[in-house]
Design a protein. Structure first.
Length: 135
């Protein structure tokens, strides 16, 4: 399942922090939090780790996520860089290039434009500022 929300009043395209607790199922991939119209990803998962996509840059943050274990996971974005965190630890590569604006058309939680996220997502929190070591 996925939920869609308006972006106005819920998230900034240029700066912010998103925190969520993720419990992946076996072979989980997909988008946990992203843009519902333009296929941009604030926080997603590939077989290699966590992923972000701003329409230009598409970094993968290498981290292992064991199925059926819950992880405190976060993403931050400023006008110039992305960062991803797991349990408060900045995942490499740190300070990855960000094009400066997600240009969101809508906010989507869970699933993706191409399939399911195959994970449980709870306690999602979105902040209009970059938090230091969010967890």
């Amino acid at each position: 399942d996925s939920l869609a929300y308006a972006t106005a009043g819920n998230i900034s395209s240029t700066i912010g922090t998103a925190y969520m607790e993720i419990t992946p199922e076996a072979n989980a991939t997909g988008i946990f939090l992203g843009d519902s119209g333009a296929n941009k990803t604030i926080l997603g998962m590939t077989s290699s780790g966590l992923q972000m996509y701003d329409g230009t840059n598409n970094p993968t943050f290498t981290v292992s996520m064991t199925p059926v274990v819950t992880y405190n996971t976060a993403a931050t974005w400023t006008g110039t860089v992305f960062n991803a965190y797991q349990t408060g630890v900045n995942i490499a590569p740190a300070n990855t290039a960000f094009n400066g604006n997600f240009s969101f058309t809508g906010l989507q939680v869970g699933g993706s434009l191409v399939g399911q996220a195959w994970s449980s997502i709870k306690n999602l929190k979105i902040y209009p500022a970059v938090l230091a070591n969010p967890h």
